[in-house]
Write a protein that binds this ligand. Structure first.
Ligand code: NDP
Length: 253
């Protein structure tokens, strides 16, 4: 059966859990061959098996995207294996919250390395292949989707360094969109509100139950809700570029 993404190849970073895991499943279900990037290889192998069982194609590409050489090699490995690259989903991320005065400077470095540097390394390495895909079909268009956050547009006390990384992602996304859109490489950003994933687990118990807490009587988004947004963006017809999707839990004001 031919689906909208049949014949295309996608890379999803942070595919070992949460939004990235769900996005890989979504793109594979729509017909893309998917390269799965993250550090936890066992989880990537399990996802490859799940995608293949459903009739799709996937490749585990273990990589730490904060290491420029590993990011570049991951892109090369993907293109060598699948022959092309049509879609890059920059999803890998880290959120460590807390008041700036009490924060560990190493956490700033880790967030900047993953949320910003890794995203830049992946995008730089992927871009020539995306240009080629846009020229060669089958869709005559290619896509970059950056997973930012509502924290990329709104600031709150305790979110400062994370806010900075995500505001940066939003700024970069729009600048790159303007540079490459006329070559039919679409660049867009998704800004999710609260999604039920492992993201908060890197924070202290105090932060998890305080600053980062979501009311227990309210319903968070699921990773599949964001994957659905990615799927929507990359399956628009060639003339339509979705540059921004703001996805909130209905229960979150
Ligand atoms: P998870 O913690 O579940 O997923 C984060 C993913 O990033 C994991 O697969 C992790 O894999 C990967 N990752 C982390 N560091 C690296 C690295 N150095 N190299 C490669 N991969 C890495 O969280 P989410 O699914 O929630 O987060 C996905 C994105 O969504 C993030 O950018 C986050 O900021 C954003 N977001 C999330 C929201 C939420 O409420 N959950 C809301 C708004 C935005 P591994 O550890 O195996 O390397």
């Amino acid at each position: 059966m031919t689906s909208k993404l049949t014949g295309t190849v996608a890379i999803v970073t942070g595919a070992s859990s949460g939004i990235g895991y769900a996005t890989a499943l979504e793109l594979a279900a729509q017909g893309a061959s998917v390269a799965l990037l993250a550090r936890r290889q066992d989880r990537l192998e399990a996802l490859v098996a799940e995608i293949e069982k459903a009739g799709g194609a996937a490749l585990a590409v273990p990589a730490d995207i904060t290491d420029r050489a590993q990011a570049e090699t991951a892109v090369t490995t993907t293109v060598e294996h699948f022959g092309r690259l049509d879609i890059l989903v920059n999803n890998a991320g880290l959120m460590i919250l807390g008041n700036f005065a009490d924060a560990d400077v190493d956490d700033f470095d880790r967030m900047i390395a993953i949320n910003q540097q890794g995203l830049l390394y992946m995008t730089k390495a992927a871009l020539p292949h995306l240009h080629q895909a846009a020229e060669q079909g089958p869709r005559d268009v290619a896509d970059i989707v950056n997973i930012s956050s509502i924290a990329g547009r709104v600031s709150w006390a305790g979110f400062g360094a994370y806010n900075m990384t995500k505001f940066g992602v939003n700024g970069f996304t729009e600048a790159l969109r303007q540079e490459v859109t006329q070559s039919h490489v679409r660049v867009g950003v998704i800004e999710p509100g609260a999604v039920d994933t492992e993201l908060q687990s890197h924070n202290t118990e105090e932060i998890q139950s305080g600053l980062a807490a979501f009311p227990s009587d309210k319903e968070m988004l699921t990773p599949e809700d964001i994957a659905d947004g990615v799927g929507y963006m990359v399956t628009r017809c060639r003339r339509a570029s979705i540059s921004e999707l703001w996805i909130m839990p209905t229960d979150q004001a």
